[in-house]
Design a protein around this ligand. Structure first.
Ligand SMILES: [Zn+2]
Ligand SMILES: [Zn+2]
Length: 286
């Protein structure tokens, strides 16, 4: 079993590369690709531990891009990790993101939240995502009280809902650092890699096949049709689109971490879905 889309604490994942290798092996995965957002800083660590433990590791990255007023996530695979242009572009994305993170923190403070810039930046992440900011926000007891009140005293409030409510609505105060999709595809390809559109169902509708065709013109090599973000219908649909366009179909969980143990009822995390036998049966059929 393979997983070509996971995140470590070098972006907005919970685990270190070492812990990820451990989790992957416990799950019985044979090949894993670390695809942190806008950065490849965890790869060296990931490779050396994978090698030591006998797990096949592939270089990866997930770049935030824009195309025709949409955000698209482009996965890069199997590229030269030392490629200068790619490294330079990723460093630039990380650097230009810092003032954006600072502005977000300032806006949150102005909205009465208890949030310290130092705590947000006290992280291994070379690209600080919205989940990191929301995580720091949630840790403060006063903030947590306010959040719970806003969510009508619900006990379990996933980080994604906190991000949606306070960083994006009612006023968007957080933005990702993005590059044009064409540029991202070119950077990956020029570094000898393959460019794949991540979880298309998150950003595109079934009527957007023309966009996929345009991406193929730019050099797109594949579509992540099998992902925890897609329904079974979407998985089928995007596999058909990939077949019709003659591009690769890839598989990725987009694992950021397990659902917290404190949630004393069963909610499945992305890797749990990948463990089910249903998945393997359905996947083999296509
Ligand atoms: Zn993504
Ligand atoms: Zn991802």
């Amino acid at each position: 079993m393979i997983d070509l889309h996971i995140h470590s604490y070098y972006s907005d994942g919970v685990y270190s590369p070492k812990e990820l290798v451990q989790c992957a092996q416990e799950l019985g995965l044979s090949t894993v690709c670390l695809t942190d957002h806008n950065g490849i800083d965890g790869l060296d660590e990931f490779f050396s531990i994978s090698k030591e433990r006998g797990l096949k590791a592939i270089p990866g990255v997930e770049i935030y891009t824009h195309y025709k007023d949409r955000q698209l996530h482009i996965l890069g695979y199997d590229f030269d990790t030392k490629n200068k242009a790619l490294n330079k572009a990723l460093k630039k994305l990380q650097k230009t993101h810092i003032p954006q993170v600072q502005q977000t923190i300032k806006a949150l403070q102005e909205h009465g939240w208890n949030i310290d810039e130092k705590k947000v930046f006290d992280t291994k992440a070379t690209y600080i995502g919205s989940a990191t900011i929301a995580g720091v926000l949630k840790k403060d007891s006063q903030n947590w009280e306010r959040i719970q009140k806003d969510f009508k005293n619900r006990k379990i409030i996933p980080i994604t809902e906190i991000i949606g409510k306070y960083l994006f609505k009612p006023k968007q105060i957080y933005f990702e650092s993005e590059i044009a999709v064409k540029k991202a595809i070119q950077l990956i390809k020029n570094a000898g890699g393959k460019a794949v559109l991540a979880h298309p169902g998150q950003h595109l509708s079934w009527e957007d096949e023309d966009i996929i065709a345009e991406l193929k013109q730019m050099g797109l090599d594949g579509i992540e049709a099998v992902t925890s973000h897609h329904s079974w219908q979407e998985i089928e649909h995007w596999q058909i689109v990939a077949k019709e366009l003659d591009v690769m179909i890839t598989v990725g969980s987009d694992f950021h971490g397990y659902v917290p143990k404190e949630w004393d009822f069963v909610i499945r995390g992305p890797w749990d879905y990948f463990k089910t036998s249903d998945f393997e049966i359905s996947f083999n059929e296509h």
